[in-house]
Design a binder for this molecule. Structure first.
Ligand SMILES: Nc1ncnc2c1ncn2[C@@H]1O[C@H](COP(=O)(O)OP(=O)(O)OP(=O)(O)O)[C@@H](O)[C@H]1O
Ligand SMILES: [Mg+2]
Length: 224
């Protein structure tokens, strides 16, 4: 089903009245299997760009094609399906459901599609992988921030998505937990070929990626 990576062409995003361009004619191609860090100063447009290329927000103009689907020309239902099956999102604040346990949160995306049986084993594998077995039946309020974040990442991975989009996934974590998250990203990129695009302020983490896209004032000024 997924044919291509990400192709963004001439993306402009403006906000406000009168409108101000926040993303200024950005074109970007990311192939399947790439591991990319999006970096730049606060306010340079990283989150805005990430939301647009992942289909969570629309550009003011320009086109985004993800996995072979032109996001502006594909109907809502199809985009929903694409998102559910092929895209994992990780945010700085995790948004776990407070009334569900870790294992229930992780299997949530699959349960929505009646695939609980198929994913249970993988969910337990992820819990083990992320050193979370002691949290399996705990509620988010009974876990540390780092544990909650790792649960949220496990939830993003449960459907083995082709793409992971992450906005400062290590932002709220201490070094040990931040390192763990980046190690997990490296591993799924290497072993599952998952395409990963993540925003970070941390140069060490950015250097763990295979490619860095530097944003400055709504434009790409360097890719290295
Ligand atoms: N909904 C909005 N309405 C108006 N302006 C916005 C909106 N969202 C973002 N902006 C502006 O767009 C610019 C880029 O914001 P964005 O959140 O993309 O920055 P960022 O690079 O992610 O910054 P940070 O590192 O602080 O998260 C900022 O100047 C911000 O104030
Ligand atoms: Mg941001």
């Amino acid at each position: 089903m997924i044919k291509d990576g990400l192709i963004a062409k001439n993306i402009i995003k403006s906000f406000g009245d009168p409108p101000i361009d926040i993303i200024k004619d950005i074109s970007l191609e990311i192939e399947i299997g790439e591991f990319v860090a999006l970096i730049g100063k606060s306010g340079s447009g990283k989150s805005t760009l990430l939301y647009i290329v992942s289909g969570l927000d629309n550009p003011t103009s320009g086109t985004v094609s993800l996995g072979g689907y032109d996001l502006s020309a594909t109907d809502e239902k199809m985009i929903h399906k694409l998102r559910n099956e092929n895209i994992g999102f990780v945010f700085q604040f995790h948004y776990l459901l407070p009334e569900l346990t870790a294992i229930e949160n992780i299997t949530m995306p699959a349960r929505k599609q009646n695939q609980l049986k198929q994913v249970s084993e993988y969910a337990n594998h992820l819990l083990n992988e992320f050193s979370l077995t002691h949290c399996t039946h705990k509620m988010p309020s009974q876990m540390s921030g780092g544990e909650q974040q790792r649960v949220a990442i496990a939830r993003a991975l449960i459907q083995k998505p082709k793409f992971i989009f992450a906005d400062e996934p290590t932002g709220n974590l201490d070094t040990a937990n931040g390192d763990k998250v980046i190690e997990i990203f490296k591993k799924i990129n290497r072993e599952e070929g998952t395409t990963i695009i993540f925003v970070t302020h941390d140069m060490d983490y950015a250097n763990a990626a295979k490619k860095r896209v530097h944003l400055q004032d709504g434009k790409i000024f360097k890719i290295d």
